[in-house]
Design a protein around this ligand. Structure first.
Ligand code: M6R
Length: 612
């Protein structure tokens, strides 16, 4: 949610900041802005993409070796030039970029209005810039002291980068709830919302913790906290991310690249975690906590969006194999409903970004009530892995497309490994079955490769469906979460209304929607519910719905009933979500492209939702 880049060093700051903003554009893309300090302050902002900003200032001065920029996902105030960041205080003393929400901004604004401050924008960030200036002009304080004092009055979440016109050799940055990473170069420093804009220049990074305030000059960095002026020792780490992973690799969109990467990303997810003879699974991050997981009274999975759908697959897996009751919760609901959590519950938070605010809040509640909290995350070093007791990284590589694809299949792969290992530990699966299941998992990448082979046919089907205004997705058992995920993919990038349902629920209401205009996508591969879902397809056919079925290779029964049939290779039932979601990802991708949507940056969305 919003991308921030800052630079101080010896190179041209503009070049680094603008390039970094383009890499972070997936976090928000409704407006962008940049500030450069070069004896005086240059401040440029523009509604739209980073490229619109670039174009609008192409003939303006862009010198200086200190600067910062922001690409926005609006929270307070509509996307326009004025609400775009950076925001400058009334007398130009402070310039601020901000990710997050200042919850008490209305109270602060009221106080500042009484002190004769006026505001140009509708943002909470401008309020903070003016608060800084107000304190600064009051007393004999440095910019750093002013920032720490102002932050002690702020309620909310923030990742902030702050410049002071009187201290042109410094960047001040602070974090609470919204991630910030500092990259350390030779006589130069980089600040960003995540490491992607930094790795081209340095792999040495510091992830700020909540309440940290860092004061960065070309000569060094001082880390303090909001409450204390005492310097603390920063924890410098090596970031494991390659610049090569951050381009489209010849594909038209990141989403398409990421869909096609899945044979490799899934292999990366289980690599080193499965013994070569497929006799066992070893998840290093869980070694010490298995005894507690083995004896869990209940597993609660918390997540949002696509990760929540992966969690639903997890429910089927854990209950079927490990025989432990599972509840799957939206982070946003869990956090506010005073949930009952027992000390022998195990809570699993699933998140691609590791920064989703609602999931993080749910984790904190579960921890406070004594449960063991585990994370399944993709972004190494992000907040969720740092706040959970233990966990497993998905290792799917950076996911840039806003619509999550390879993260979903990687999350389901981890959940599958966890469920099988837990079942083996608890003796709820025979060793023969355990080995066979592991073996089957290891050949999933080849099967995904084959599923991707339907690319051309899926384009043909997409052409037929691209003008629809509604659609229904159906699945049963393990394939019900896949139906939900297929529907989410379609609506978020093509803006076609789509609903996912358990197929048998259709007759309790949604069936009323079916007529000859209604596409009904049925995920109906050969599994234990196959005959049942064939009956559901008959019900759709009787009402003249347009049936698009995802079936197992060689299926002839559904072929005779459906208008369009997309085949995937045969696999074990518990692995069917990983395979059958592939055609649904491609279907939504091609429909969106044919409708002219911006697939990687769909309207109103952002890759990581760090506000509640
Ligand atoms: O980073 P997270 O996995 O926590 O994100 C959760 C959701 O915001 C995310 O899955 C969202 O639903 C995607 N846009 C779906 O494609």
């Amino acid at each position: 949610m919003c991308g921030i880049v800052g630079y101080i060093g010896h190179r041209n700051a503009y070049d680094i900041v603008i390039k970094g903003l383009k890499l972070l554009e997936y976090r928000g893309y409704d407006s962008a802005g940049i500030t450069l300090l070069d004896n005086k302050t240059y401040l440029y902002k523009k509604k739209g993409k980073v490229s619109d900003l670039e174009e609008s200032i192409k003939d303006l001065p862009k010198g200086g070796t200190l600067g910062m920029g922001h690409t926005r996902w609006a929270t307070h105030g509509e996307p326009n030039d004025t609400n775009a960041h950076p925001h400058q205080s009334q007398n130009g003393k402070f310039i601020v970029v901000h990710n997050g929400i200042i919850e008490n901004y209305a109270d602060l604004k009221k106080t500042l209005l009484e002190k004769d401050y006026s505001f140009k924008s509708e943002t909470d960030t401008e309020v903070f810039a003016n608060l800084l200036e107000y304190f600064y002009l009051q007393g004999n304080m440095s910019a750093e002291e002013t920032v720490r004092m102002a932050l002690s009055r702020v309620v909310g979440a923030y990742g902030l980068v702050i410049l002071c016109a009187d201290e042109q050799d410094k960047i001040i940055t602070a974090r609470k709830g919204s991630p910030l990473v500092i990259g350390i170069g030779q006589g130069e420093y980089f600040v960003a919302s995540d490491a992607t804009p930094i790795v081209e220049y340095t792999k040495s990074v510091i992830y700020l913790n909540d309440d940290d305030v860092a004061v960065i000059s070309r000569d060094g960095l001082q880390l303090k906290t909001i409450k204390s002026s005492q310097s603390i020792q920063p924890h410098i780490q090596e970031v494991d991310l390659n610049i090569g992973e951050l381009d489209k690799g010849g594909y038209d969109h990141f989403m398409l690249k990421e869909i096609h990467e899945q044979p490799r990303s899934i292999a990366d997810t289980f690599r080193g975690r499965i013994l070569p003879d497929c006799s066992d699974i070893s998840l290093g991050g869980l070694h010490e906590v298995w005894p507690k997981i083995n004896n869990a009274r209940r597993i609660i999975i918390v997540a949002c969006g696509t990760s929540w759908h992966a969690g639903l697959v997890g429910e089927y897996l854990f209950e079927e194999y490990a025989r432990i009751p599972v509840e799957v919760e939206y982070g946003s609901e869990f956090r506010y409903r005073n949930p009952i959590i027992y000390p022998d519950d195990v809570v699993i938070a699933i998140s691609q970004s590791g920064e989703t605010a609602d999931t993080l809040a749910a984790i904190r509640i579960a921890k406070a009530q004594g449960a063991l909290v585990l994370g399944i995350c993709n972004v190494v070093g992000s907040s969720i892995p740092r706040e959970t007791h233990a966990g497993v990284y998905t290792h799917a590589g950076p996911e840039i497309g806003v619509a999550s694809t390879k993260a979903f299949t990687a999350q389901v792969t981890i959940l599958t490994m966890m469920a099988l290992k837990l079942a083996s530990n608890r003796g709820t699966i025979s060793q023969d079955k355990y080995r066979m299941a592991i073996k089957e998992l290891t050949i999933i990448p080849e099967k995904i490769e084959r599923a991707l082979g339907s690319n051309e046919y899926i384009q043909y089907v997409s052409e037929k469906l691209k003008d629809s205004t509604n659609s229904i997705y159906l699945g049963r058992g393990y394939l019900y979460p896949v139906a939900l995920e297929g529907a989410l993919k379609l609506k978020e990038i093509s803006y076609i209304h789509a609903e996912g349902y358990p197929a048998a629920e259709m007759k309790h209401g949604p069936i009323a929607l079916i007529d000859e205009q209604m596409p009904v996508v049925v995920v109906a591969t050969k599994d234990s519910s196959y005959e049942k879902i064939v009956s559901n397809i008959q019900e759709v056919k009787a009402r003249k719905g347009i049936i698009i079925a995802i079936v197992t290779e060689g299926d002839t029964i559904i072929k005779n009933m459906a208008q369009y049939v997309i085949e995937v290779p045969e696999t074990a039932e518990f692995l069917s979500p990983i395979l059958s979601v592939i055609p649904l990802q491609l279907l939504s991708y091609y429909i969106a492209v044919m409708r002219g949507s911006n697939v990687d940056q769909p309207r109103n969305l952002a890759k990581s939702v760090t506000v509640e």
